[in-house]
Design a protein. Structure first.
Length: 290
């Protein structure tokens, strides 16, 4: 796929060296090709035609970037810089930016082989090959405020006899929001006992009934962090590992479905003292725009 004039790629390796592959930069990426196979799993039953679908899994993503080395950089200098920054011994991140469309994507990657620098039709060209073991492009983190206090300040010269309202509680035990990616996503839930004690807080997927419940009495301003990403499962209270407080009846660490999600929050006592934020990273099967 040809790169658009508004899109640019930036690669940053594990030691912090980076190269911009934007239009008219020293290394101008003009073409990006991606491949990612889908493994279809099935089984055969006796006396049955064909097979039954049992599942699927995506293989790693392969990305090839091709472009032009712009003057006055010479072939030796280009080869030296590309092979140092795009070293196969280092992991890295590939960032895609399209400011005109307000799109930001990133993907973790490895260098498949040393970059190639060669002459073609009088221009100095380069090819770089990546392997992305986690095949999904990631968007920016999104914060959904499930339970919070809404600001409602009044600016008066003096506080009236009947008091002053600084905030109102959003009166709901569930909230709807969109997973804007096109792949199921994990999430982080941040619960703060801002108004006093909270007994046994819980976060629930209202569509499936799956829940994550913590058997712990939170004191005022205690912070509970539930990490439920695809790569990591973790529970912390005030920064300390608290996995032992996970309720045995908690069904699973559930995922956020593509599209609308209904997430509820509960507690055995003092649910109105909870502030609940859900933070998730949208995942994409494609970069969406080049």
């Amino acid at each position: 796929m040809l790169m658009s004039a508004n899109a640019k790629l930036i690669y940053k390796n594990a030691v912090g060296e980076e190269i911009s592959l934007a239009p008219l930069s020293t290394f101008w990426c003009e073409k990006c090709e991606e491949t990612m196979a889908n493994q279809i799993h099935s089984k055969k039953q006796v006396d049955t035609h064909g097979k039954f679908f049992t599942g699927m899994s995506l293989d790693e993503r392969h990305i090839t970037l091709s472009g032009t080395v712009m003057p006055p950089m010479d072939a030796y200098s280009a080869m030296s810089k590309l092979q140092r920054v795009f070293s196969p011994t280092l992991s890295g991140m590939l960032y895609l930016r399209n400011d005109a469309m307000r799109i930001k994507r990133e993907i973790a990657c490895r260098i498949k082989e040393l970059p190639k620098v060669y002459w073609s039709k009088g221009a100095l060209k380069f090819d770089i090959n990546f392997v992305c073991l986690d095949p999904f492009w990631r968007g920016e983190d999104i914060v959904e405020y499930i339970a919070l206090t809404l600001k409602q300040f009044k600016f008066s010269a003096a506080i009236p006899a009947d008091g002053m309202s600084f905030g109102t509680r959003r009166q709901t035990l569930e909230s709807k929001f969109e997973n804007v990616g096109n792949v199921e996503s994990g999430f982080k839930a941040l619960i703060v006992a801002f108004g006093g004690t909270v007994v046994n807080p819980e976060v629930r997927n209202e569509a499936s009934g799956e829940k994550i419940k913590i058997l712990y009495t939170m004191q005022r301003y205690d912070t509970l962090l539930i990490v439920n990403s695809l790569q990591e499962k973790q529970i912390e209270i005030n920064g300390v590992n608290a996995f032992k407080y996970l309720d045995a009846e908690s069904t699973t660490f559930f995922k956020l479905a593509v599209g609308t999600n209904r997430i509820g929050y509960f507690a055995d006592e003092n649910v109105s003292n909870m502030s609940v934020n859900v933070i998730y990273t949208p995942y994409y099967t494609h970069a969406e725009v080049y």
